[in-house]
Design a protein around this ligand. Structure first.
Ligand code: SF4
Ligand code: ZN
Length: 294
């Protein structure tokens, strides 16, 4: 089989697109898909300053790499949660890519900002780390993007992530989460616009990109990770995809087209947290509540 782009021997079979490309053309193919999503869903333009939230994993690093090479004005942020054996390694690969690309990396250190690391606060308030972590990351990335003058915050969620969240929200009939799920969340009261430019690319497609362009990624797992069912859901969807290529994409796109428009978000009125000033639907945001109990 020949590469659909240059005619040389094809090496990467793209079953769900009904085509194949060679390894040299694959990065161009991948970036073309990213650009198409950004443009079609009107995520941002080449003039908008975009903040990319890096985690050290292949997805966010590939996103920054692709956006930078496509000519978008990307800035990078990293949230250092102070998780021993995890945060240092993830931060190192983010610093390396940003230095290679000559992109500014802005780091939020939880201990410096809030006085404790994630492990410390979770132990002290006796709450599962992931429940505090999600709120910390959402708040910190939004604040950093806003303070850096970015109108948009981009994250590296891929199609497998989106399908697993969607599946989980459907299993639990979590209508409020379902209403909020999608590739674009518009800006509102102190919240910048949030976008997911990799949402139509599979985990495997991102992995191949990271490998071919030679990204150094952090492969370690967070030691605080509980038994999240999302990994199990991803395995189920990989099996389904094996039986019916493109089922993940059609499931996700079907949700965006058919179900999402029927749902309305019930978020309560947003206001400023009385302690930190960040947006919240309560008097005191969930991050301040957790750290106050310490
Ligand atoms: Fe945070 Fe939990 Fe992910 Fe660790 S596994 S980084 S604690 S959300
Ligand atoms: Zn607060």
């Amino acid at each position: 089989m020949r590469c659909a782009l240059c005619g040389r021997k094809a090496e990467v079979k793209l079953v769900r697109y009904g085509t194949s490309v060679c390894r040299s053309c694959y990065p161009e193919f991948f970036r073309g898909r990213v650009e198409k999503t950004v443009e079609r869903l009107r995520m941002f333009s080449k003039d908008d300053p975009v903040c990319v939230a890096l985690s050290g994993g292949k997805d966010s690093l590939s996103l920054l790499h692709a956006l930078h090479l496509l000519g978008y004005k990307a800035k990078a942020i990293f949230i250092d949660l102070g998780i021993s054996g995890y945060s240092e390694g993830s931060r190192k690969v983010c610093e390396k890519l940003c230095s290679d690309l000559n992109v500014d990396l802005h780091v939020y250190e939880l201990r410096r900002e809030r006085g404790l690391t994630l492990s410390e606060v979770s132990r002290k308030v006796r709450r599962p780390p992931c429940s505090i972590c999600g709120a910390v990351k959402r708040q910190a990335t939004n604040r950093m993007a806003r303070e850096l003058g970015c109108t948009v915050l981009a994250t590296g969620h891929n199609l497998d992530d989106e399908v697993a969240f969607l599946f989980s929200n459907l299993l639990n009939w979590n209508l409020n989460y379902l209403a909020r799920q999608g590739p674009v969340s518009e800006a509102k009261f102190k919240m910048v616009k949030k976008v997911k430019p990799l949402c139509f690319l599979t985990d495997e497609e991102v992995r191949i990109y990271a490998e071919i362009v030679g990204l150094e990624v952090f492969e370690g797992r967070c030691p605080l990770e509980g038994k999240a069912p999302l990994h199990f859901y991803k395995r189920i969807w990989n099996e389904l995809e094996g039986m019916r290529p493109d089922v993940k994409s059609s499931f996700y796109k079907g949700f965006l087209r058919k179900l999402k428009p029927l749902l309305s978000v019930d978020e309560g009125e947003l206001r400023s947290c009385k302690i930190c000033g960040e947006p919240t639907s309560r008097d005191v945001c969930s991050v301040c509540s957790a750290f106050m109990k310490v």
